[in-house]
Design a binder for this molecule. Structure first.
Ligand code: ADP
Ligand code: MG
Length: 619
C-alpha cells in the first residue's frame, strides 16, 4: 500500500484550529478584548454590527505593534507573551497560545491599524482567509484597531449555523460583561449597529457592577472578603431574596479572568443553603486571586475552565465565607461585629500540603478557639462578640450602662464539655433584671440602642447548642452509645465501599459500624444523645456528599449531626423562661459566631427600630 498520510496545508489547519477558538462572533470579541488588555490598554471600544456577523471592531490605546509584528501576529503560534514552556506555569496575560489572530483571520476578512508607542508612523495590514493581502504604512493613533468582517465567509456551514442577530448579540454582550467586570479600572464602550449599549468609565468593582446591571443592583450586593495564604477572595454576593431561576448573575474571576466552575458554584450554593427557595440560583461576583503557579488554565481552548491545585480548600473557604457574609449581612444593622473568621467549618487543609479528597476529621478544629488558631488575620474573639453585644446597650438606660460595664459578661464561657438540653440554670444575682421580658413564651424582647430586639428562643437555643456540639463533635473522641438492637441499613455495594472508607471517621464521632453483611451495614452504636431515627437520613446525605466529592465530608457529618441534635435538644417555643434564663440565653447567643442565623439559616432575631415605631405613631 502506498503512503497515504499527508500534512494538512496551513490554511486548512488554521481553519480547523479556528473551529476550536471561534465558535461564534462572541468568541472573536473575547479574544480581541483580551488582546487589548494584554496590550496594556486603559480604554477599549467595541463596535459590532448584525450580531457581530458582519463587523466586529475593537480599538484600544495599548502598546500597539511594530510593522513587523503586525504581520507576524497572524502566524500560528506567534505570541509575544511566552518564550519558554516554563512561562506557561506563571501566566500574567490572558493570551499565550498565539492562536487567536491566526484562527480569526483564517475565517474572515481582518484589517489592523496599529502604531507602537515609539513609532512615528503606524501600519495597516489586511489578511483575508489567512492570506496577507495588504501591508502599508498608515497614520494611526497609538494603539490598535482590529476590524473583523464577514466571519465564517469561507465556511458557509458555520455561518449558517449562527443564531439570529439577537442571540449572537446576547452572547457578545455576555462576553463584554465578563471582561468589563474583570477589569473595572479600564474604560469600555460597546456599540451595536450605531447604538451605544454601554459606556463604562474606569471605576471600582461595585460601581462597575452597578453600571452594567443597573442602579437597583447596588442595594442587592453583600460584600465578601477573605484572605488566606492560598487564595484572596473579594467581591459580592447577591442577597438571597434577589436570586433568580435563570443563570446570568454568576461570575467567578480568577486572577482577573472569568471562569466557569460548577465545583465552585456548588460551594456557593452550599453557602446559601437554607436561604434559597427550590430551583433558585445564588447570584455572585467573586474575584479570586491565587498564585498563578497553583492553577492550570491550559486545559480548555477557550480558557474558561481552570484547574486549581488547592481546589478543596478553596471550596471549603468559599462556602464558609459566603455563609459568614450572609450572616453578617442579616445581622448587619444590629451588630457591627469585627470581621470574625472563626467560622463554623474549617477551611480545611490550610496548613497542610494539599491532599486529594481524602475524608479527614480535623480533630484540632475548634470554632471557638479563635484567636491563635488560623493564619488569617482579623479574628474577633468570643469576648469581642460579647463586647459588641454590650455595646448595643450603650445609652439605653442606667440599668443598661451598668450591664455594659459588667466585665463578667464577657467572661461567659460556653465551652462546656457536656452539652445538655438544660437551660442555663445558674442564677446571676448581679444582673439588673429589667432588660428582658418574654413574649408569648416564645420571644425574648430586649431594648437595645435605637430600638428593640426580638429573639426567638427556640432558634436562639438551637444556634447556641449547635456551636457547642460542633466543638464537642470535632474536638474529641465521642463516647459511643451501644444500641440494644443493632440497625441494618441497606445500600448499593458501591455505596458501602464509600462508607467503609469512612469507617475510621465514623468511629471517631461515636459510631460503631460493621461492614460484613453484603448489601447492608450494621450499626451497633451511635453518638451520645442522637436519635437512631435520623440514621437513614444521615447516611444517605452522607453518601450524596461523598459522591459529590464534597471536601471535608467528615465536617459535614459533624455539622449535620450538630444541627439535628441542636434541633431536638433546644428549648421549645411555648416554654416559660425565667429572667435569668432569658438573659443567659442572650449572653450565650451573642457569644456565638453567627448569632443571627439558626443552624438551618433561619433568622434568630429581628430588630425593631424606634424610628419605625415613630412612623407608626405618625411622628
Ligand atoms: P496571544 O494573545 O495568545 O499571544 P494572539 O493571536 O491573540 O495570540 O495575538 C498574537 C500577538 O499579537 C500577541 O502576542 C501580541 O503580541 C500581538 N497583539 C494582538 N493584539 C494586539 C493588540 N490589540 N495590541 C498589541 N499587540 C497585539
Ligand atoms: Mg490573544
Amino acid at each position: 500500500m502506498p503512503d497515504i498520510i499527508k500534512q494538512l496545508p496551513d490554511h486548512v489547519a488554521n481553519q480547523i484550529a479556528a473551529g476550536e477558538v471561534v465558535q461564534r462572533p462572541a468568541s472573536v470579541v473575547k479574544e480581541l478584548l483580551e488582546n487589548a488588555i494584554d496590550a496594556g490598554a486603559t480604554r477599549i471600544d467595541l463596535i459590532f454590527r448584525e450580531g457581530g456577523k458582519n463587523l466586529i471592531q475593537i480599538t484600544d490605546n495599548g502598546c500597539g505593534m511594530s510593522p513587523g509584528d503586525a504581520v507576524m501576529a497572524f502566524e500560528r503560534h506567534a505570541t509575544s507573551k511566552i518564550n519558554k514552556a516554563d512561562d506557561l506555569f506563571n501566566l500574567h496575560t490572558k493570551g499565550f497560545r498565539g492562536e487567536a489572530l491566526a484562527s480569526i483571520a483564517a475565517i474572515s476578512h481582518v484589517e489592523v491599524k496599529t502604531r507602537a508607542d515609539n513609532d512615528e508612523i503606524g501600519t495597516r495590514v489586511r489578511v483575508e482567509g489567512g492570506k496577507l493581502t495588504e501591508r502599508a504604512p498608515e497614520v494611526a493613533p497609538k494603539g490598535t484597531t482590529i476590524a473583523v468582517k464577514n466571519l465564517f465567509y469561507n465556511i458557509p456551514a458555520r455561518r449558517n449555523f449562527l443564531k439570529s442577530n439577537t442571540v449572537e448579540t446576547r452572547h457578545i454582550i455576555d462576553e463584554f460583561h465578563r471582561v468589563a467586570l474583570a477589569h473595572p479600572q479600564l474604560a469600555f464602550t460597546a456599540t451595536h449597529n450605531d447604538n451605544l449599549l454601554f459606556n463604562l468609565p474606569s471605576t471600582n468593582t461595585r460601581q462597575r457592577i452597578v453600571n452594567i446591571f443597573g442602579k437597583k443592583t447596588n442595594e442587592k450586593l453583600v460584600p465578601v472578603s477573605e484572605v488566606t495564604h492560598i487564595v484572596k477572595v473579594s467581591g459580592f454576593i447577591l442577597k438571597p431574596e434577589y436570586s433568580k431561576k435563570s443563570r446570568g448573575e454568576q461570575f467567578f474571576f480568577v486572577n482577573d479572568r472569568y471562569i466557569r466552575s460548577s465545583y465552585l458554584h456548588h460551594a456557593l450554593v452550599a453557602g446559601f443553603e437554607g436561604l434559597l427557595k427550590d430551583g433558585l440560583l445564588p447570584g455572585y461576583f467573586l474575584y479570586l486571586e491565587v498564585d498563578p503557579t497553583t492553577i492550570d488554565i491550559n486545559i480548555h481552548p477557550t480558557k474558561t475552565e481552570v484547574k486549581f491545585e488547592n481546589e478543596h480548600s478553596i471550596y471549603a473557604m468559599l462556602r464558609s465565607v459566603v455563609k459568614h457574609a450572609l450572616g453578617q449581612f442579616s445581622i448587619g444593622p444590629i451588630l457591627d461585629f469585627e470581621k470574625d473568621s472563626s467560622l463554623e467549618t474549617s477551611y480545611g487543609d490550610n496548613h497542610r500540603a494539599p491532599v486529594n479528597p481524602k475524608i479527614e476529621v480535623d480533630r484540632t478544629f475548634n470554632p471557638f478557639a479563635s484567636d491563635e488558631r488560623k493564619s488569617y488575620g482579623g479574628l474577633a474573639s468570643r469576648k469581642d462578640a460579647a463586647a459588641s453585644w454590650e455595646a448595643l446597650y450603650v445609652g439605653v438606660s442606667e440599668a443598661s450602662d451598668s450591664l455594659g460595664q459588667d466585665s463578667s459578661l464577657s467572661e461567659i464561657s460556653i465551652e462546656s464539655e457536656e452539652v445538655d438540653g438544660r437551660l442555663f440554670l445558674e442564677k446571676r444575682e448581679d444582673k439588673p433584671d429589667k432588660l428582658f421580658f418574654q413574649l408569648q413564651n416564645k420571644y425574648i424582647v430586649s431594648p437595645v440602642k435605637g430600638g428593640m430586639l426580638v429573639v426567638n428562643q427556640n432558634l436562639a437555643h438551637r444556634r447556641i447548642l449547635y456551636e457547642q456540639l460542633l466543638v464537642n463533635l470535632s474536638g474529641q473522641q465521642a463516647t459511643p452509645q451501644p444500641l440494644l438492637f443493632p440497625i441494618d441499613l441497606q445500600f448499593a455495594k458501591s455505596d458501602i465501599t464509600l462508607l467503609e472508607d469512612l469507617s475510621e471517621q465514623l468511629r471517631i464521632i461515636g459510631f460503631a459500624v460493621e461492614f460484613n453483611s453484603g448489601d447492608a451495614v450494621r450499626i451497633t452504636a451511635i453518638p451520645q444523645g442522637i436519635d437512631h431515627g435520623i440514621l437513614p437520613d444521615l447516611f444517605s446525605r452522607l453518601l450524596v456528599d461523598l459522591k459529590g466529592n464534597i471536601p471535608g465530608a467528615a465536617i459535614e457529618i459533624n455539622e449535620f449531626l450538630a444541627r439535628k441534635l441542636a434541633k431536638s435538644m433546644a428549648v421549645k417555643n411555648g416554654k416559660a423562661l425565667s429572667v435569668s434564663e432569658q438573659e443567659n440565653m442572650l449572653d450565650q447567643l451573642f457569644s456565638c459566631n453567627e448569632p443571627a442565623l439558626s443552624p438551618e439559616n433561619r433568622p434568630v432575631l429581628i430588630r425593631l427600630e424606634a424610628k419605625d415605631l415613630d412612623k407608626r405613631f405618625n411622628r
